[in-house]
Design a binder for this molecule. Structure first.
Ligand code: MN
Length: 642
């Protein structure tokens, strides 16, 4: 590799590249690293030069190329950041600083030190995303030249590349770096499996190529009459991704890989769909294997149509259809995005990088760097699913994410106030897992607030960061006392109890024996116009009636259609509200309102306006709700029934 190769690459895509800047950076780095050699034995400058070339393949700008040439100067030579600033200005210095590892802190374990280093890179990348792209290129070149180290060190570096940097490359949509990092790491971590798979791929290569040739011929023939430009190629599959699929699906190599994969590139979106139609017409598509990532791009900007058809050899063939622009974005991710859309001021683009901001927020909140790394791992590694808001907005989540993650993904306020949700029309608790294609409607309560327990259920870093933010804030506030509000006090009792008197007295349910709807009751009238209703066997009632003889006959009425205010006092726990809702719905209760409010640190009051379809129904409601775990009291209106 020569400097002239790098300059040639740069000139091929930059209209007016600053060649003198690149040359100056090269000379500076060469001088600074003078006398240093890499473990491979070559002069040190080979490393930054190669890193710069990887970035030139991604068509990065000249500033990035210069910074890449200088990226190890501060860390590995006697030159300081100030020297870089003086020579190359602040922009390049900031990129180099982001690439420079933290000084070893005495009290940090190797693991913590490693986590802190990644944290620093993420932090610097929030300010300038190019830092992480240089870091990825740096890692890639290190992986390519890893052979010089002893086994233990090779394995450690490989694990790091596989678990941290490959997922970051994926998130940024830079597939070309992602799969290289994965395969190079996998070769180190599982050398035998790697070799075996590689041999198997080579053995079956011929068969697949033949199949692709056949399809190519048929398709080209078919498209001759149309004016659709088309470029068909066999799609290389990567060893690590095959192995991962084998693990995940518990299938053999033959079952996973014994199928051809091809890619069709055309000039515009309309043609993508037309080609899809033609392919589906020629070969039978396998149902459920079609994915439209053009209409619903992945968060890393990936767009393509995916389908699987039964090919000429009567075996499944995977087909991807996309435009050239989509292809470049798939391979180079964020870097290609700049090429097509420019680096600045695009809202859509900012949206795509939102995860990095969220990550930054998370790292502020993480108690230690290791925890941060764990969350990073989940966010980056898991498969993605797509769910929808009631308005049809697509929300993307890692597989296994729950309702609460969904709520936070839509908006942090929605997460903070979330008490339950409806998935595809059914009530579910906060911890319910959201699946691909679900329609999720979040149910909120004004009085809801996040709790520490929520951290145990959420899966995404965004949700975790927001909950922590709240919990931390709440701890600093004085303990709030929740006062039970006086209701606008409806005489609910009168809706369900009637007294056999000429006048219409105010009816009160007694607090001593707390009669339940349907139980035998007797009224006691001490004051004119007021009747207190007791269970007929209540000792207090017997005593009073004997003494004062103010007995009034009362009875429950089947007041169908009346709205009764059902209140449930319970120990708060995740999913409680949804469980009550589901209980009510299970016995066909029509609900007019549903609310929940905290009565203290762990007590919650849920109230439901329910339409009674008779006394038996109301009894049934009360009986079932009382059985729910954690329920301490059931009231109708303000009268306790438990
Ligand atoms: Mn380096």
């Amino acid at each position: 590799m020569q400097l002239s190769d790098l300059i040639k690459k740069l000139k091929s895509y930059e209209k007016r590249p600053n060649i003198s800047l690149v040359k100056k950076a090269y000379s500076f780095a060469e001088k600074a690293h003078q006398g240093q050699t890499r473990a491979t034995g070559e002069a040190y400058i080979e490393h930054p030069l190669n890193v710069a070339c990887i970035l030139a393949d991604l068509q990065m700008d000249d500033t990035t190329i210069a910074a890449a040439l200088l990226h190890d100067v501060v860390e590995d030579t006697s030159y300081t950041l100030k020297d870089i600033t003086n020579e190359f200005g602040k922009e390049i210095a900031a990129l180099v600083e982001g690439m420079t590892k933290i000084k070893t802190l005495k009290n940090l374990s190797k693991e913590d030190y490693h986590a802190e280093t990644i944290r620093k890179v993420i932090l610097a990348s929030v300010k300038d995303i190019r830092v992480i792209i240089i870091k990825l290129a740096d890692r890639l070149h290190n992986m390519r030249t890893i052979g010089a180290f002893r086994e233990e060190k090779r394995k450690r570096i490989a694990k790091d590349a596989l678990e941290v940097y490959a997922p970051i490359a994926h998130k940024l949509g830079i597939a070309s770096i992602k799969w290289q990092l994965e395969d190079l790491s996998f070769e180190q971590i599982e050398p035998e499996i790697y070799k075996e798979l590689q041999e198997k791929i080579n053995q079956t290569q011929r068969g697949r190529e033949k199949e692709i040739e056949k399809i190519k011929k048929t398709l080209t023939e078919e498209l001759k009459t149309t004016k659709i430009p088309i470029d068909i190629s066999g799609r290389p599959k990567h060893i690590y991704s095959i192995w991962k699929k084998m693990q995940k699906k518990q299938k053999s190599f033959e079952e996973i890989y014994d199928l051809a994969a091809l890619r069709v590139i055309t000039d515009n979106i309309r043609h993508c769909y037309e080609i899809l139609g033609i392919i589906h017409n020629l070969w039978t598509p396998i149902p459920k294997e079609f994915d439209d990532y053009i209409a619903t791009p992945k968060s890393n900007m990936y767009q393509s149509l995916h389908t699987v058809v039964i090919g000429p050899a009567k075996k499944p063939v995977e087909v991807q259809i996309r435009t050239q622009e989509m292809h470049d974005i798939a391979e180079q991710g964020i870097a290609a995005h700049w090429k097509y859309k420019g680096i600045h001021g695009e809202e859509e683009f900012d949206q795509k990088l939102k995860w990095m901001m969220e990550l930054n927020e998370l790292q502020k909140d993480s108690e230690d760097a290791k925890e941060f790394l764990k969350m990073l791992h989940i966010d980056f590694f898991e498969d993605e699913i797509f769910a929808f808001t009631p308005k049809g907005k697509v929300i993307e989540l890692p597989k296994g994410a729950v309702v609460l993650d969904f709520a936070y993904a839509v908006h942090s306020d929605l997460g903070d106030k979330c008490i339950a949700a409806k998935i595809n029309g059914l009530f579910v608790p906060l911890r319910a897992i959201v699946n691909n294609g679900d329609r999720v409607e979040i149910i909120t309560a004004k009085t809801q607030h996040p709790s520490r327990d929520w951290l145990k259920i959420v899966k995404t870093s965004k949700a975790a960061a927001k909950i922590k933010q709240y919990v931390r804030g709440a701890q600093q506030l004085p303990v709030k006392r929740f006062k039970r509000e006086e209701e606008e006090r409806k005489e609910l009792e009168e809706w369900i109890i009637e007294a056999d008197t000429m006048s219409k007295p105010k009816i009160l349910l007694s607090k001593c024996c707390k009669p339940l709807p349907g139980e035998k009751i007797m009224g006691y009238g001490k004051t004119i116009g007021k009747v207190t209703v007791h269970k007929s066997n209540c000792p207090a009632l017997k005593k009073n009636i004997v003494k004062e003889n103010k007995r009034i006959n009362v009875h429950w009425i089947d007041n169908i259609g009346r709205i009764v205010n059902l209140k449930v006092e319970a120990l708060n726990r995740t999913g409680l509200f949804a469980e009550i809702l589901n209980t009510l719905i299970a016995i066909n209760t029509t609900m007019k309102s549903a609310h929940a409010k905290p009565l203290g640190s762990n007590i919650v009051e849920c109230s439901f306006g329910i339409e009674t379809s008779g006394l038996a129904h109301l009894q049934d409601v009360i009986k079932r709700v009382k059985k729910i775990q954690g329920v301490r009291n059931v009231f109708i209106g303000n009268v306790s029934l438990k």
